[in-house]
Design a protein around this ligand. Structure first.
Ligand SMILES: Nc1ncnc2c1ncn2[C@@H]1O[C@H](COP(=O)(O)OP(=O)(O)OP(=O)(O)O)[C@@H](O)[C@H]1O
Ligand SMILES: [Mg+2]
Length: 262
């Protein structure tokens, strides 16, 4: 099994192009006949290992659908999804469930913590369920990275929103998944708590070599990423390397203006 610890960081420099996940000609359609909606329209994308990728685009453009398909949470209508060298499209339920459990981490907009468990119990829950023993050194490093060392005995209702989301981030990191997906992971946080969580996501890429894909509407959140992909009508229409919040905002204004004139 691949360990995230051994994964080198390729961020920013252009050297190394190891691909953590890829989509090839992925189509996702809902419904049929007149009610048919094409949520993803022949999408090709490579997600670089050890980098932080943001996905942006208008509401309904297919961001969540793309992330769910990449993460094996949803099936595709046609096309292929690969996690490293494993084709996940076509895997049977049992294998897919195991692959998601062992190789993929998720951070949801609503933190999805269990209220009766304290922070450290929530963090290790997925591994406990899988019957895997957390690596103590790694766990300490993750907990330190997200700044939760002093809060491990607290239950979710004793933590702020930002702290709860940091628990959710630590839970995703603790099992050392090959890739972590977040669908607007800071969408429910105020800007300060959001900045905290984004800082930890960034640190997990820089210091732990993690691969992260995050859907966001927020140009400031996107500016923490190495690369931004723009979706419109189920297609990837643009991308930006080393985004700044201002550059992302300008690009969004361009899209709005084009949308109005077309
Ligand atoms: N289960 C479903 N059944 C039918 N249509 C769906 C379903 N899920 C998504 N869609 C449609 O697919 C398209 C893409 O939806 P998706 O949720 O991926 O958008 P999004 O970019 O994540 O939007 P938002 O920013 O609002 O979260 C939309 O037109 C949506 O209505
Ligand atoms: Mg969405």
């Amino acid at each position: 099994m691949t360990s995230a610890l051994t994964i080198p960081r390729h961020g920013g420099t252009g050297e190394g192009t190891a691909v953590a996940a890829r989509a090839r000609q992925v189509v996702k359609a809902y419904g049929s006949g007149e009610t048919r909606v094409v949520a993803l329209d022949s999408v090709d994308v490579d997600i670089a290992r050890g980098r932080f990728t943001a996905i942006m685009g208008p509401s309904g453009s297919g961001k969540s659908t793309l992330m769910h398909c990449l993460a094996g949470l949803d099936t595709v209508t046609s096309g292929q999804i690969f996690l490293d060298e494993t084709e996940i499209t076509g895997l049977k339920d049992k294998k897919l469930t195991r692959l998601r459990r062992d190789r993929i981490g998720f951070i949801f907009q609503a933190f999805n913590l269990l209220p009766t468990l304290n922070a450290i119990e929530n963090i290790t829950l997925p591994m406990d369920i899988a019957g895997r023993k957390p690596d103590a050194d790694w766990l300490r490093r993750v907990v330190d990275t997200v700044g939760l060392s002093e809060r491990l005995g607290h239950r979710p209702n004793q933590l702020s929103g930002g702290q709860q989301q940091r628990v959710a981030v630590a839970r995703a990191l603790a099992a050392r998944p090959e890739i972590i997906f977040g669908d607007e992971p800071t969408g429910n946080l105020d800007s300060r708590a959001g900045a905290e969580v984004l800082g930890f996501l960034r640190a997990s890429v820089d210091e732990l070599g993690q691969t992260i894909v995050m859907v966001t509407h927020d140009p400031v959140a996107a500016s923490y990423a190495d690369r931004v992909l723009y979706l419109a009508d189920g297609r990837i229409v643009d991308e930006m390397e080393r985004p700044t919040a201002d550059a992302v905002l300008d690009r969004m204004k361009d899209f709005d203006a084009r949308g109005r004139t077309s």
